[in-house]
Design a binder for this molecule. Structure first.
Ligand code: UD1
Ligand code: CA
Length: 484
């Protein structure tokens, strides 16, 4: 069975004071997705007719974030946080008259999965319940609403911690705040709840008690995974959630064929895609829309953001953002790849190389100590150590084109705009300001002249002078020009 709810309502209007943050709590991230983004992603798996997020504190930022990341989700503004019952009421007011199942969840419960929501909604329908609540047994239930059951196990009511007597507080089964409601029962209940409680709030939980008093079936699904019901209230919990979610994500990938040397130091956003036989070494962070193809190895100590790694590539101690790394390419160590970098198959970007908005052709090599910006490098080209692509004249950026199988000697500066034709050479130490034709060698440096006897005249008595003299008498062709 797959129950499709009429609506999912995500409550996210609260302030989250304990985060001590200038951004709303639900915009803080775990595993590369905002808290509210996790709630929305889980809700979307149910394919509801309507998905509404109730916003309040920081509403402009939350609304803008949802518009950007979750088109199709609507928001309902709760001006004042008068309680969870009031919040759901605000959402319903904005929706057409609903029929069927309404699921309510929270914007700060990042480990909750779509599968758990499915199981809740399916049980709700299968059992013919008016309300079904997701509950958990926890060691320390302090602060939570307690599930009060009848002798036969049916749910009688939810009693908030602040309203509970000692006997009720001893109950370890807590309300997660995640429910499936019959739409009509929810509407009716919300019209009847009052603020007669310890906090003077409109409690959504009272809808369950009312339904029960009306003789309706109220059920519970007890999860064996309390992490899924846990909210984030401060940054200590945020870090704990991040670690746990990361552990789960890592486990999922290992079970699908990814090797991780140390999952505890490997951080993988929920948005990342990995193929079989990928090897991740310690200290790797894969973020955003990063994808790593079969057999590629990443790490140790690398951060890839929105970067695509081709099959069998090797990426060692690298920071890459918005790069595409081709099949069998080798990157690192100590390499910085910036947005717009395309490394084609079997190309190389080696130690202390920075590349921005450039294409490195198939099999081309940029092995050492080089800056490449706004360039197109042809297949099989070799860029010598210490080459600088001088792309910026202080006002504008200019392109450089390096043809196929071009050889650029070490310590050259290619002053853009400039074009080196296929099959040309640049002599080491050149400052190239005009392009080459095929087959040419560009030499752009001071011509070397050697001044004989300079050391003896200008540095007499120095160790250098003594070494020169010794060498001259050894080989007999020193600065005196005498034969032995
Ligand atoms: C609520 C439940 C409690 C449950 C607990 C689980 C009620 C009365 N109590 O507690 O039984 O154990 O959640 O965490 O429902 N929110 C709004 N508008 C409001 C009030 C809350 O949007 O006016 C949102 C908050 O942003 C948060 C969620 O609802 O995401 C829960 O609010 P919170 O105050 O943390 O929960 P409690 O009411 O303490
Ligand atoms: Ca709470």
């Amino acid at each position: 069975m797959t129950t499709r709810p009429a609506a999912v309502v995500v409550l996210a209007a609260g302030e989250g004071t304990r985060m001590k943050s200038s951004i709303p709590k639900v915009l803080h991230e775990v595993a590369g997705r905002s808290l509210v983004g996790h709630a929305v992603a889980a809700a979307q798996e149910l394919k509801p007719d309507h998905l509404t997020v109730v916003i309040g504190h920081g509403r402009d930022l939350v609304a803008a974030h949802l518009t950007e990341t979750a088109p199709g989700v609507t928001t309902a503004v709760q001006e004042q946080q008068l309680g969870t019952g009031h919040a759901v009421g605000v959402a319903l007011e904005q929706l057409p008259e609903l029929d069927g199942v309404v699921v309510v969840t929270y914007g700060d419960v990042p480990l909750l999965t779509g599968d758990t929501l499915h199981a809740l909604a399916d049980r709700h329908v299968a059992d013919g319940n008016a309300v079904t609540v997701l509950t958990a047994e926890v060691a320390d239930p302090t602060g939570y609403g307690r599930i009060v059951r009848e002798a036969d196990g049916a749910v009688r009511a939810i009693v908030e911690h602040k309203d509970a007597d000692a006997q009720t507080r001893a109950i370890k089964e807590i309300n997660s705040g995640i429910y499936a409601f019959d739409a009509a029962v929810l509407r009716d209940g919300l019209s009847r709840i009052t603020t007669q409680n310890a906090q003077g709030e409109l409690y959504l939980t009272d809808v369950l008690g009312l339904a029960r008093q009306d003789g309706r079936r109220v059920g519970a699904v007890v999860t064996d995974d309390p992490w899924q019901t846990e909210g984030v209230n401060d940054r200590v919990q945020l870090a704990a959630m991040n670690r746990e979610l990361n552990r789960r994500v890592a486990e999922k990938w290992m079970r699908s064929g990814v090797t991780m040397i140390d999952p505890a130091t490997t951080f993988i956003d929920v948005t990342v895609v990995l193929e079989r036989d990928v090897v991740l070494r310690p200290g790797v962070q894969l973020r955003g829309a990063t994808e790593v193809a079969a057999g590629a190895e990443v790490g140790p100590d690398s951060t890839l953001i929105d970067t695509v790694v081709g099959p069998g590539a090797s990426v060692v101690r690298t920071h890459a953002d918005g790069a595409q790394i081709g099949e069998g390419a080798t990157i690192g160590p100590f390499t910085y790849l910036r947005p717009g970098t395309v490394l084609e198959a079997k190309s190389k970007a080696g130690a202390y190389v920075e590349i921005k908005k450039s294409t490195v052709g198939a099999g081309a090599k940029v092995p050492h100590l080089t800056y490449v910006g706004d360039a197109t490098i042809g297949e099989g080209a070799n860029i010598g150590a210490g080459t600088i692509f001088a792309n910026y004249d202080g006002v504008d950026k200019h392109p450089t084109t390096v043809g196929k199988h071009v050889f650029v000697g070490s310590d050259s500066v290619l002053v853009a705009p400039v074009e080196l034709a296929d099959g040309s050479y640049v002599a080491a130490g050149s400052t190239v300001v005009s392009g080459t034709e095929p087959g040419e060698l560009a030499v752009a440096r001071g011509r070397q002249r050697n001044i004989a006897g300079w050391v003896a005249r200008k540095r007499p008595g120095s160790k250098t002078a003594a070494a020169a003299e010794a060498a001259a008498s050894d080989t007999g062709d020193g600065d005196k020009g005498e034969q032995p």
